[in-house]
Unconditional design. Sequence first.
Length: 410
Amino acid sequence: MENFTCDFCGKEVKDVERIFSAEKAHICNECISTCFDVMHKEELKKEKKDFQRGLSIPTKLKEHLDNYVIGQEEAKKVLSVALYSHYKRIDKPIFKNVEIEKSNIMLIGPTGSGKTLLAKSLAKIMDVPFAVADATALTEAGYVGEDVESILSRLLASADFDVEKAQKGIIYIDEIDKVANKSESATSGRDVSGEGVQQGLLKILEGGEVYVPIKGSRKSATADTVLFDTTHVLFICGGAFVGLTGDDEKSKKFQPKTVGFLNEKEDEKEDKEIESKDLISFGLIPEFIGRIPVIATLNPLTIDDLIRVLKEPKNAIIKQYQALFELDGVDLEFNDESLVEMATMAENKGVGARGLRSIIEKIMLPLQYRLPAEENIEKCIITKEFIDGDAEVMLEYSKPQKKIATKKAK
């Protein structure tokens, strides 16, 4: 027997299990295994790139969210990791005999903090079907209202009724805290829009095949339905959960008054991380919480955050109005004091970023109505005094012309 040596590692026949020969080339079984592992990893990377369609690593996902959502750094990190893991799971649901389970997401935060915007921004980067549903419209099967399957109908419609495409989409269920079982009494009757809805959502959250009506919000004997598998649908649930964190007036009302100094436990209570048991105490059933393992908490936006919301995102409200005015040949400018004033108004209303649009709409309406009729206006400057109704808007003309008195409607 000839004493062959591996041309790759130099080992002899006695040092390995087997050496394969072809004419003058020789390779051992160990080098073959190493080459196979390298090729397998390269193939996985290639499949990953083909599948991703723009999906990147979590840090890149967060950078994308930063372009649309101000603040909420921790929530954006949680969502980026969850989305990255979810779509790896779609590509490889079973890897090395390990089944990777789905991780739906719960967003908890006050109104206007960016819950819906986060979900929409994630769907945008993934280029997948996206649907928004309101949990307050859902009722238990057999009662007036929408069945839980109507949520899937909306996702199907957003995918142009392509079932395969819809089955890899994202669904955002808003106001999920409104389906919490508020009653602790067993004699209060059926909770058709609370616990009953939670029970109905269990199957689609976990992943299973459901018959979904193609049109309409309810299944019936005459309605056309399609079999829909929710195994790879990512569910993001959002809600304010007023009273859960203990930092609002509703929860403070029922707390006993204390005299003296707070102990460390009481002082730290406000910063306590929300856990599953807190959501169960709020009125969500354990089975429901068990199907939403990822919890991200959003903080109320500060005045500085609201100012950034006005001017920094790619689709910022101010940028939208500047584009509208530029179409009329007018440069629109907001001075710093005006931004602070609008942010303060939104904070005082307690509506977060959502209230900024209604505030700026009211401010800009008189200008949008009257300025198009004027000629030679080059620039329009919005000031705090104009917002408060104490002064005229500042206008700059290309030629000397009498100013018009354009005051904000009170």
